[in-house]
Design a protein around this ligand. Structure first.
Ligand code: ASP
Length: 334
């Protein structure tokens, strides 16, 4: 379908640009990059989750529909990914859009030494929005400085993973009916785990208590804890899950981030610090929600999967609805 051109706007380079029928230029997130959860207010979250809820309903009813027909997403990943890349692709396809997958940068011109800004400027010539994962903190922000099209940060090193945090919060909302009043315990690698950095910040917009359970060397970064402290968030740090398990409403488990260790002996010494088993769950609340951003590499035993509290595979599915919502909003169609 050829979009109806309804309004002439000021295009770049002095050329006329047209606003296709149905685009909402003043919509929340329209044409915006998503770089850090710091950019979101609580009202933004409510809006995103309302749209994600609608996406869920539509997928359940009709599977896919043509909201983003004619739009193209570039998926540029400099680090491994299963869920983030494939859920963005699935989200785009369910909305009727197309995609350019560059999951293996070693087969792209990056392997020839092309810089991130040049790669971004190339992809935006073809695509309407770019999802970027990169090993360096701040890479998405750097890309956004050069890009005319919106950049979505799909993980920048040990920095942030904003879309994961949004789907994590949506999971808590869908599984528990609300976020305020919850005690959320984050367990594992809180130093290098970018998902917990983003999630803790988003949770701080709510009335929650945060427990951090980690080996001493993998504690939540001091600056982040201080940032939340200044906002009045109750936080508690311990090395023992037993200290906080019985008060925990949401247990968010993370893997020790092997790829961030310079010394693999240090990783080996820490990797089995915590293992959630059915025995752990006998001491947990009957209505606790057990989450994990995945992949898991031993920190939750598969024997836990059949427990109704194990929400991590439902969490994967919620991710697609949230990413559908983000794409639709950024592209002005929600
Ligand atoms: N998939 C998540 C991430 O990319 C979590 C992890 O890798 O441990 O950060």
């Amino acid at each position: 379908m050829i979009p109806t051109l309804i309004a002439q706007t000021n295009g770049r380079n002095g050329r006329a640009a047209y606003l296709p029928f149905g685009e909402k230029r003043d919509g929340a997130l329209f044409n915006q990059s998503i770089l850090s959860v710091k950019q979101f207010s609580r009202a933004d979250l409510e809006h995103i989750f309302a749209v994600a809820g609608e996406m869920r309903m539509m997928v359940e009813r009709v599977g896919s529909f043509d909201l983003l027909n004619g739009k193209i997403l570039a998926v540029l990943f400099y680090e491994p990914s299963t869920r983030t890349s494939s859920s963005f692709i699935a989200a785009m396809q369910r909305l009727g859009g197309g995609f350019i997958p560059i999951n293996e940068v070693k087969y792209s011109s990056v392997a020839k030494g092309e810089s991130l800004p040049d790669t971004i400027r190339t992809l935006e010539a073809y695509a309407d929005v770019i999802v970027l994962r990169h090993p360096e903190t701040g890479a998405a922000a750097l890309a956004a400085q050069y890009a005319r099209k919106p950049i979505i940060n799909a993980g920048d090193g040990v920095g942030e993973h904003p879309t994961q945090a949004l789907l994590d919060l949506f999971t808590i909302l869908e599984e528990r009916g609300g976020i305020d009043g919850a005690t959320v315990t984050m367990l594992g690698d809180l130093k290098y785990g970018r998902t917990v950095h983003s999630l803790a910040r988003l949770l701080s917009l709510h009335n929650v208590k945060l427990n951090y359970v980690s080996p001493d060397v993998l504690r939540m970064p001091r600056e982040l804890a201080a940032e939340l402290d200044a906002r009045g968030v109750r936080q508690f740090q311990t090395e023992s899950l037993d200290d906080v398990l019985d008060e925990t409403d949401v247990l968010y488990v993370t893997r020790i981030q092997k790829e961030r260790f310079a010394n693999l002996d240090e990783y080996a010494a820490l990797k089995d610090s915590y293992i959630i088993t059915p025995a752990t769950l006998t001491r947990a609340r009957a209505d606790m929600t057990l989450m994990h951003p995945l992949p898991r590499v031993g920190e939750i035993s598969p024997t836990v999967d059949s427990d109704p509290r194990a929400a991590y595979f439902r969490q994967v599915e919620y991710g697609m609805y949230v990413r559908m919502a983000l794409l639709a909003m950024v592209l002005g169609k929600a």
